[in-house]
Design a protein around this ligand. Structure first.
Ligand SMILES: [Zn+2]
Length: 492
């Protein structure tokens, strides 16, 4: 168990395409990635199909369910986990923490279940952590975190095995505890950091809290830490979670939702019972109509919907990878955030962390689309404002919103204005991020952010005479500009 197994190939915002080495089965998995959850007792889709049909590189199963069942335990110990499940990729195992959260107690110790995971040949084991739910008092969350840490510490007896051990990050909704837990776990030398107890936040659509927890966890971790959002299997939130820095997801949702006839989309969840058409072209939706699937026996119906749910989940991860390569991940987050008000809350929470994201966000991308109010607060705008001090200015400068103006008799330099960035020297007009595509009529927030850029420039150069020529900008924005700035309305 050593750090240094994760190599980052491309990044955008805090999202990364990377390669993660799994020493025990000598596999390399690409991130971001999805681990379908396999119930050892019920294979809604067989593990071999997960590999051959869906290209799943890694899956997750529950070692406690295997441990508790005499037949399964004997078979897994004899055959080894990979043959037992008939899966050629990497296998991560969970510990029974879910059962602990559901039923209050389980009859195995953390070290016993870690040892069992090692004995059956797991690639990535999970200690028996305490999944502290959201909103519990700080003291309770802190005490439970201590128990989780004691168990993490005691699991180090397997440090030298080839099996990786994940370090679940708990702390309820207390961001200081999440950051502390992440820092301590990272310092102990673990490689995978599952963010625990996220499911209640996901089911309650508390994406705002979830993003804040991810960002707090990321603050405590090094860049080479692989972050797994435990229990997150709905494709609608993959883009925002990846942009916040999550590398792995696991999905029981594909099977659980299918069991109740729920059909996943990147915009949300539909019910098979109400669909006349499938808004998807995966092999299932191209072959069957909703009415045809409704008439099938329940097991077959469940299996087909589960397959669609997985296709749409893997497809979204591919789309996210394309977006990371293009530098358009935040554009995708913007689009996804329009599917539900709670998703907008999550997006706004994300851009509230623009200064944290900006540290890892590439400085140069292909282009940038400003398509919403939230675009004005993106990390790229913050970075531009942070770099305005690098520009040299002359003594008498015209700042104008008229992009056809290139000289002025009464000024020795002309700069243009581009919302939401603000002022820029004409010479960089073809340089990122000034090449951003913006609407012809910028919104109020975009103008306000441009005015922030003007204020930064003017205040950095108190001896320069600046004149700002605009076309009917809102009075409220103009009033916030520095008093020593001469302002002209070119439309009057
Ligand atoms: Zn489909």
């Amino acid at each position: 168990m050593t750090q240094g197994l994760f190599e980052i190939d491309s990044c955008d915002a805090n999202g990364r395409i990377g390669h993660f080495k799994i020493p025990r089965s000598n596999k390399v998995i690409e991130t971001p990635n999805l681990l379908p959850v396999i119930n050892p007792k019920i294979h809604t889709i067989s593990p071999s199909d997960l590999s051959s049909k869906f290209g799943a590189q890694i899956l997750i199963t529950n070692s406690y369910i295997i441990y508790k069942n005499d037949r399964l335990r004997t078979e897994a110990l004899e055959k080894g986990l990979h043959k037992f499940l008939d899966f050629p990729g990497a296998i991560m195992t969970d510990s029974g923490s879910f059962q602990l959260a559901e039923y209050g107690s389980i009859d195995v110790t953390s070290n016993e279940i870690i040892q069992f995971q090692n004995d059956i040949g797991s690639d990535i084991a999970t200690p028996l952590d305490i999944p502290t739910p959201p909103d519990v008092p700080h003291l309770i969350a802190k005490n439970e975190l201590k128990t989780t840490f004691d168990r993490l510490n005691s699991s180090q007896f397997l440090l030298n095995s080839k099996m990786l051990i994940s370090a679940p990050i708990q702390g309820s909704t207390h961001l200081d505890l999440r950051e502390l837990a992440a820092r301590e776990a990272y310092d102990l030398g673990f490689d995978i950091f599952p963010i625990g107890a996220a499911v209640p936040l996901l089911t309650q659509y508390r994406f705002h809290d979830l993003i804040n927890i991810i960002m707090a966890t990321k603050r405590g971790l090094g860049l080479d830490a692989v972050v797994h959002l435990f229990g997150a299997g709905h494709p609608m939130m993959f883009a925002s979670a990846v942009a916040a820095g999550c590398d792995l997801f696991d999905s029981a949702a594909y099977a659980l939702y299918a069991r109740r006839g729920s059909y996943l989309t990147v915009q949300g969840t539909e019910q098979l019972s109400t669909l006349d058409h499938f808004p998807c072209s995966c092999p299932i939706c191209s072959t069957y109509s909703p009415s045809e699937i409704r008439t099938l026996p329940s097991k077959k119906r469940e299996s087909l919907i589960a397959e669609h749910n997985l296709y749409v989940s893997f497809e979204e991860l591919k789309r996210i990878k394309v977006a990371i390569k293009e530098g358009s991940l935040m554009d995708l987050v913007d689009i996804r955030s329009k599917s539900h008000p709670a998703m907008i809350d999550g997006y706004r929470a994300l851009i509230n962390h623009s200064s944290q994201i900006e540290r890892q966000d590439p400085a140069i991308k292909k282009t940038l689309f400003c398509v919403s109010l939230e675009s004005s607060s993106r990390p790229e705008v913050l970075r531009y404002h942070n770099r305005i001090h690098r520009f040299k200015v002359d003594s008498n400068v015209l700042l104008t919103t008229d992009n056809s103006c290139f000289s002025s008799d009464s000024h020795n330099e002309v700069w243009h204005i581009k919302p939401p960035f603000g002022p820029y020297p004409i010479g960089i007009s073809q340089t990122y991020p000034i090449t951003a595509e913006i609407p012809i009529e910028p919104d109020f927030l975009s103008l306000k952010r441009a005015a922030d850029g003007i204020s930064i420039l003017v205040e950095l150069h108190p001896t320069t005479n600046f004149t700002f020529s605009h076309s009917n900008w809102p009075k409220q924005i103009l009033e916030a500009l520095p008093l020593n700035l001469k302002i002209i309305n070119s439309s009057t």
